[in-house]
Design a protein around this ligand. Structure first.
Ligand code: GLU
Length: 425
C-alpha cells in the first residue's frame, strides 16, 4: 500500500487518496533529483475539519461535517472547488486537493491545490437551510481561505448562487467586499463570462485534439457520456454541435441510448425543466451493464470517482477515454485500458478548463477589468492545446501514459518550487 501512514486517513484500497498516492508513486522514478522531495506530495499541508450546525426550518438543529484541505501551497494560494455530497469524506477531499495541485501545475496556473466539501445530500435541504449551511461552512473555513490564501469554486452539487453566499459571508466577516475569495460567481458579482461552460468546453477541446492526433475526426465520432450535469451536459452539447453523434448518456436517473444520436439540446432543456433523463422521449432506457458496453469512439466519464473499475475497463468498447470527472479511473483499470490500447486523457488535463477560467475570473476581479467571452474562450483554447501538446510530448519521451506524463510535468513544477523555497525554519 502506498499510504505514508497518516493516522487520520483510512487505508482502503481504491479510496480516492490511495488512488492518488499510487499515481504519485508512478511519477516518482521520473523526477530526477527532485525525487527526494516526493514525500511532500504524499501529504496535505493543512486539513481543516469543521462542525456545521444549522437551524432546520422545523425548529430542530442539525449538524453536518465539513472539510477544507490545502494539499500544497508551494506555487501560490490554494485553489479548488467545494462539493456537497453524502459520500464526502476527509480521504476524498484530500485526494481531490492533491489532484488540484497536479492540475493547476500541469496547466501552469499560479496556484497550489485545495478542495473542500460537506457531507450532505443537498436535495434534502430547503433553500434557506442550504443558505445557512453554506454560510456557516464558509465562516468555519474563513480561518484559512481568502483571495490570496485559498480560493474555493463550484464542484459537484454547488453552483454560482452558493458562491455568491460564500463571497458575501466572507466579505461580511472581514468587513470589505472581497470578490476574489471565490470563483464561479454570478456575472453580476464579478463572475467571468464562459466560466459555467468552461469545464465542459475544456473536455471537448481535449477530446477533439487527442482524436485528431489519433487520426480520427470529431465529426461523425460516436460519443458516450456518463454524467449530464455542468460538465457532461455541456461537453455533450459541444460534441453534438461539432457534428459528433452522442449515442449514450447516463445520470443519477439511469442510462439511455439512441443509435442514431441523442438530441442533446432537447434533453438538456427537458432535464432543466425538472424531467428525469430516463423519461426523455427519443431515447431508450438501457441497463448499467449495457451502458458500459456501448460502442463508441470517445467515452467521457463526467460523474464521480471510481467509476471506471477493472470490470468496466474490460467491458468498455471505445478508442479514447476523456476524464471529465476527477478520479474516475482506478489505477488497475488504467493498466487494463493501456493494455487494450485505449488512450486516456487524464482528469488533471481533460477537466482543467474549469479552473483555468476560474483563474481568468480571479485575475479579472483583481484588475477590475473584464474580458469578452470570445477573449476568454480563445485564451482557454490556447492554454488547453498547449498543455495537451506538452503532455503528449512528455509521454512519448518517457514512454509513459498521458496521466503519468501530466504528473511528470506538474510534479516537477511543484517540487522545483518546493526546493527553491527550502525548509522553514
Ligand atoms: N471544481 C473544479 C475542478 O475540479 C474547478 C475548481 C476551481 O475552479 O477552482 O477542477
Amino acid at each position: 500500500m502506498a499510504s505514508p501512514g497518516l493516522s487520520y486517513v483510512p487505508n482502503h484500497t481504491n479510496s480516492p487518496w490511495q488512488m492518488y498516492l499510487l499515481q504519485v508513486d508512478r511519477v516518482a522514478p521520473h523526477l530526477g533529483h527532485l525525487e527526494r522531495w516526493v514525500e511532500t506530495l504524499k501529504r496535505c499541508k493543512r486539513v481543516l475539519a469543521v462542525d456545521i450546525p444549522i437551524n432546520r426550518d422545523d425548529g430542530t438543529v442539525a449538524h453536518f461535517e465539513g472539510f477544507r484541505a490545502q494539499h500544497n501551497l508551494s506555487r501560490g494560494p490554494g485553489k479548488g472547488g467545494v462539493r456537497f455530497h453524502p459520500d464526502v469524506t476527509i480521504d476524498e477531499v484530500m485526494a481531490l486537493a492533491g489532484w488540484m495541485t497536479v492540475k493547476n501545475a500541469a496547466l501552469n496556473l499560479p496556484y497550489g491545490g485545495a478542495k473542500g466539501g460537506i457531507r450532505v445530500d443537498p436535495k434534502t435541504l430547503t433553500r434557506p437551510e442550504l443558505e445557512r449551511l453554506t454560510r456557516r461552512y464558509t465562516s468555519e473555513i474563513g480561518l484559512i481561505i481568502g483571495p490570496d490564501k485559498d480560493i474555493p469554486a463550484p464542484d459537484v452539487n454547488t453552483n454560482d448562487q452558493i458562491m455568491a453566499w460564500m463571497m458575501d459571508t466572507y466579505s461580511m466577516n472581514t468587513g470589505a467586499t472581497a470578490t476574489g475569495v471565490v470563483t464561479g460567481k454570478p456575472i453580476a458579482l464579478g463572475g467571468s463570462l464562459g466560466r459555467k461552460e468552461a469545464t465542459g468546453r475544456g473536455v471537448y477541446i481535449a477530446a477533439r485534439e487527442t482524436a485528431r492526433a489519433m487520426g480520427f475526426d470529431i465529426t461523425g465520432a460516436r460519443i458516450v457520456v456518463q454524467g449530464f450535469g455542468n460538465v457532461g451536459g455541456i461537453a455533450a452539447k459541444l460534441f453534438k454541435a461539432a457534428g459528433a453523434v452522442v449515442v449514450g448518456l447516463q445520470d443519477a436517473s439511469g442510462s439511455v441510448a439512441n443509435e442514431g444520436g441523442i438530441d442533446v439540446d432537447a434533453a438538456l432543456d427537458f432535464v432543466a425543466g425538472g424531467g428525469a433523463l430516463v423519461d426523455f422521449k427519443g431515447v431508450s432506457k438501457i441497463t448499467e451493464g449495457e451502458f458500459w458496453a456501448l460502442k463508441s469512439d470517445i467515452f467521457v466519464p463526467a460523474a464521480l470517482e471510481n467509476q471506471l473499475t477493472e470490470t468496466r475497463a474490460r467491458a468498455i468498447s471505445t478508442k479514447l477515454v476523456v476524464e471529465g470527472a476527477n478520479g474516475p479511473t482506478t489505477p488497475a483499470a488504467d493498466d487494463i485500458l493501456h493494455d487494450r490500447g485505449i488512450k486516456v486523457v487524464p482528469d488533471v488535463i481533460a477537466n482543467a478548463g474549469g479552473v483555468t477560467v476560474s483563474y481568468f475570473e480571479w485575475v479579472q476581479d483583481f484588475s477590475s477589468f473584464f474580458w469578452s467571452e470570445a477573449e476568454i474562450n480563445d485564451r482557454l483554447e490556447r492554454i488547453m492545446v498547449e498543455a495537451l501538446k506538452a503532455v503528449v510530448h512528455t509521454a512519448e519521451k518517457h514512454n509513459v501514459s498521458l496521466r503519468t506524463a501530466a504528473f511528470i510535468i506538474a510534479c516537477t513544477r511543484v517540487l522545483a518550487a518546493r526546493e527553491l523555497r527550502g525548509l522553514y525554519p
